[in-house]
Design a protein around this ligand. Structure first.
Ligand code: FE2
Ligand code: FE2
Length: 168
């Protein structure tokens, strides 16, 4: 008779001590990484609200469509970061009220482009802080998206600067 062989779901099987956090937190991630992920989620909530406003202020259909595409990337980031937060903490992130962004199109573009540039560094720092390849991948990919967003906003801002338009 063939002896019963237990196949654990993870192969090779890890001893319990290897799964226990050496750094604190049930996930094995440092608490400041979890705080950073929560901050990244708040940033996404702000960006989603701000870009909706920006899209409404856009002077052309082409710019409006591009801003809505950028906004969709932010929604995707929000979902991915939330999934990571739930996996690490077992909890949904705290809901925050979005911070206001400028009412003027050109000012809002400048605000968004600075924010995108800072976010690139912030996401790359998060990717560096974790040893989890899935989290590294999500934040590195998101950093590339933010760099791309910054270039679009810079392009729209430069066009406004050159034409010295008064509207809107
Ligand atoms: Fe984002
Ligand atoms: Fe972005």
């Amino acid at each position: 008779m063939v002896p019963y062989v237990y196949h654990p779901p993870v192969w090779p099987p890890q001893p319990l001590w290897a799964r226990t956090s050496q750094e604190g937190g049930a996930s094995g991630e440092k608490p400041d990484l979890i705080q950073d992920i929560a901050k990244a989620i708040s940033g996404q909530i702000n960006a989603i609200a701000c870009y909706e406003k920006l899209a409404r202020l856009a002077p052309t259909e082409e710019e409006r469509r591009q801003i809505m595409e950028i906004r969709q990337d932010e929604i995707n980031h929000y979902r991915e970061f939330t999934r990571i937060h739930v996996r690490l903490t077992g909890q949904q992130p705290r809901q925050v009220t979005p911070e206001p962004c400028p009412d003027d199109y050109k000012e809002a573009l400048e605000f968004a482009l600075k924010d995108e540039q800072e976010t690139v560094d912030f996401y790359l720092d998060i990717a560096d802080k974790t040893k989890d390849p899935a989290i590294q991948k999500v934040f590195t990919r998101a950093a590339h998206d933010e760099q791309n967003h910054a270039v679009w906003f810079l392009y729209f801002w430069t066009k406004r600067r050159r034409c010295r338009c008064n509207h809107p």
